[in-house]
Design a protein around this ligand. Sequence first.
Ligand SMILES: Nc1nc2c(ncn2[C@@H]2O[C@H](COP(=O)(O)OP(=O)(O)OP(=O)(O)O)[C@@H](O)[C@H]2O)c(=O)[nH]1
Length: 180
Amino acid sequence: MLLLGSSSPTRASILKNSGIAFKQVGCDFDEDTLEYTVPKDFVYHAAMGKMQACESCFGLDLPILCADTVVTAHGKILRKAKDEAEALELLKLQSGSDVAIITCMAYKSKSKMFIDLSQTVYRFAEFDETDLKNYIESGEWRGKAGACMVEGFCKPYIKSVEGLESCAMGLTVEKILRWL
Ligand SMILES: Nc1nc2c(ncn2[C@@H]2O[C@H](COP(=O)(O)OP(=O)(O)OP(=O)(O)O)[C@@H](O)[C@H]2O)c(=O)[nH]1
């Protein structure tokens, strides 16, 4: 049993589908306090910040797992959109572009700690305007880095992929299975 220090429904479903026993708890860490502009630095410090916050709340009686994910396109860090206009802007940056989705995970127990920083690179075709409009109206983009949904809206537009889909969705579960 581990503590998933995350409010992410996607991360919870990834663990559930992989058969890993967990309890989901929230941890209070404000990523907006981070000023890193290099995507890998950002996700690393965000994941470590979440881990520190969780450990100070819950201790290590159960191992803790935290993670952070960003999308990058055209050298920009794309985080979660606040509203429809921002979601459209972030998705237009990804349309017809190469996009890297970077996830850093931190796992800590009383006896060991693992950190994994992985990325999955997609080459997307141009998003269809009507499809994009319907996706924005659906609200499915909410709570997702870059408003991106590789298993949903983005899937038909994938021209090539290098890396794991689980990493792109926010939890590189294949790595976690080796840690447990
Ligand atoms: N379903 C889905 N979720 C995605 C995808 N890409 C990123 N995400 C989610 O986008 C969110 C990235 O924001 P984070 O700040 O890392 O995590 P969060 O959702 O705020 O949750 P915390 O772990 O509590 O910080 C995570 O919930 C990821 O699971 C995707 O392609 N599909």
